[in-house]
Write a protein that binds this ligand. Structure first.
Ligand SMILES: Nc1ncnc2c1ncn2[C@@H]1O[C@H](COP(=O)(O)OP(=O)(O)OP(=O)(O)O)[C@@H](O)[C@H]1O
Ligand SMILES: [Mg+2]
Length: 293
């Protein structure tokens, strides 16, 4: 008897680290949901950005991932468990950095570290705080209060605080002004990140995959763009990579034209993954050319 072919339709193997299943949000009195059928999977250690026009529901999805808001339908699983409320397993950086103004940078972060590890000795807490403050380049500001810092510096303190609790996943809502700090800390820690941005260059620089959200009402994640550029890409040289403009143009085209054609639930429930940067790079160098070169 011939062997049964492997089951393509029912994949085995481990469940993805984060699984967002048929997530929807609607408000009473509105004929159509804000978004529905949002289906996304995220792997451990992945950096995922979500892009879409204002009001399509990005912050709502992030808040559901954080356990701060409930969806109208669907589920979110993280590391095998359903997200049902806030937890120190997830670090959130809000757009307003939400630091305690009466505490220094050191004490703001120490407060979070002590909530996660209440048994730690003072020296352990201090070492953890100093490690993460150094990673965002703010050692000189350790004993300053937030009022003495610029907006971008406060944002970096917010990022250091979120990383310092070593969450399973970091959720960032438009962390404007903290790009370089974010890049170095992510490379150092291999943290899993879900980030909202309105800046396509930021997405291309940071993300392994970019979720493109269609316009509301009834918005969806319409397409997923895989970033095929090397992960050690740098801001200063990014635009020299042949894959850069095809990826960037694809994102801009989506935002400018396709996103509105896909409102009212016209986007697919299960988004395809595309690699617009792939065509720009020759897949294999023919051996003859290699020999000549
Ligand atoms: N209480 C409410 N009643 C009705 N609609 C609401 C309510 N709260 C939020 N919304 C709608 O939910 C939608 C999604 O809001 P959300 O903040 O998630 O959008 P967003 O994609 O993050 O937008 P932005 O890019 O502007 O931050 C918006 O269109 C908003 O009008
Ligand atoms: Mg928002």
């Amino acid at each position: 008897m011939p062997n049964k072919p492997s089951a393509v339709s029912s994949p085995v193997g481990p469940r993805p680290f984060v699984q967002i299943e048929a997530l929807a949000k609607s408000y009473p009195g509105n004929a159509e949901p804000v978004f529905d059928e949002v289906n996304v999977q995220i792997e451990r250690g992945e950096f995922v950005c979500i892009i879409g026009h204002s009001g399509c529901g990005k912050t709502t999805i992030l808040n559901v991932l954080a356990g701060l808001e409930t969806a109208s339908a669907g589920h979110v699983f993280m590391d095998g468990r359903e997200v049902s409320g806030p937890s120190l397993e997830r670090g959130v950086v809000f757009q307003g950095h939400a630091l305690m103004p009466w505490l220094t940078v050191r004490k703001n972060i120490a407060f979070a570290v002590r909530s996660k590890w209440p048994d730690w000795r003072a020296a352990q807490v201090d070492a953890q705080v100093e490690k993460y403050v150094a990673l965002v380049g703010l050692t000189a500001a350790l004993d300053k209060k937030p009022s003495a810092l610029s907006g971008g510096m406060k944002q970096r303190v917010g990022i250091a605080r979120a990383f310092a609790i070593e969450p399973k996943m970091l959720l960032l809502d438009e962390p404007f002004g903290a790009l370089d700090a974010l890049m170095s800390i992510v490379r150092e820690t291999r943290q899993s990140v879900f980030m909202i941005t309105h800046d396509v260059d930021e997405a291309v620089l940071l993300a392994d995959r970019i979720m493109l959200m269609s316009n509301g009402p009834q918005a969806r994640v319409a397409e997923i763009v895989r970033n095929t550029m090397p992960r050690n890409r740098q801001r200063a040289t990014l635009h020299h990579d042949p894959a850069y403009y095809p990826i960037r143009n694809h994102l801009v085209d989506f935002l400018v034209t396709r996103s509105k054609d896909l409102s009212h639930g016209r986007a697919p429930a299960h988004p395809p993954t595309v690699e617009p940067g792939r065509a720009a790079v020759p897949a294999v160098v023919p051996p003859v050319l290699k020999a000549v070169a």
